[in-house]
Design a protein around this ligand. Sequence first.
Ligand SMILES: [Mn+2]
Length: 317
Amino acid sequence: MIGFLSNEKYIKRDRIDYNKLSDNMKIISLKKDKYSRYISRIYLEYKDLIEESPRDIKDEIINELGASIITNKDIRKCKVIISPSHIESYHIIKELNDMKDDLLVICFDMHCDTYDYNDNLWKGNMFSKLIKEGYISEFMVLGVPKYKIKNTYLDVPLDIKDKVIIKKDLSFKKVLKKYKKVYISIDIDVLNARKAMYTSIDYSPHTVLEYVSKLNVNDLLSNNAEDIIKGCVLIKNDLGYDNLYRVGENKISIEKLCNKINEIKDYCKNNNIEFGLNGLYGDITEVVGNDYNFKTLGAIIKLLTVLGGGTNEKTIR
Ligand SMILES: [Mn+2]
């Protein structure tokens, strides 16, 4: 079984109003500031794609997997769990490693998610909480862009720093060989979303266009137009800003990620290491939003196949 599960309510996204977007882009494309130029580039790259009708990724997955997917909370029946939020990994690992066995988590993510564990649970601190609470022995992140690694380390709480490994490359054997059990957690923002045009991710370049499509022409002609345009890239939220500038420019393709997971599986098999937690091999998270031309769905199906979720590799229409 595959689970599509979330403790939070799944919220469907509006589709982009294409006419409104192209009207607004007529104004923005004439502007020369940094953010307007960035938005214009994204628009050129994505406009043909988003002219198509998107489908909600959750609907697509449920439709594609049919009887092999459940959406209730029965995580013990699942081989892989898909979730709109990476926070789900917190609940999964806590429940399935309740005996606090020695466990390595290998996480593919462009963020480390190990901010201060004293804060309320959010998608930036679930792994530091799991380490602090003893559910994870060691945590290895693959996929943080090199230029961000130093700063990411600085944000890891002091008393758990020695349990967090942020790799510059994708090598894993030196750490994995010390363990008897490993769990894989995938945040799909680790993928090269811009090049591959995956849109069912929070941190997708096309999200910028969603915000642009909601702007008023009058605002774009006003004196603070530049600030308003910048607000489509640096999105204000409860915690500060979501930075969508140059998002999704990672180098990791779906093929590279699948190969790496296969390598980990083979290594486990050859070295008597348990792959997964009580039969659950791993999770695929941050899967949310509109998918165009089945691009994100195609990547998810590949991941399910390689993780061992049991879907035969079908050709996506
Ligand atoms: Mn994450």
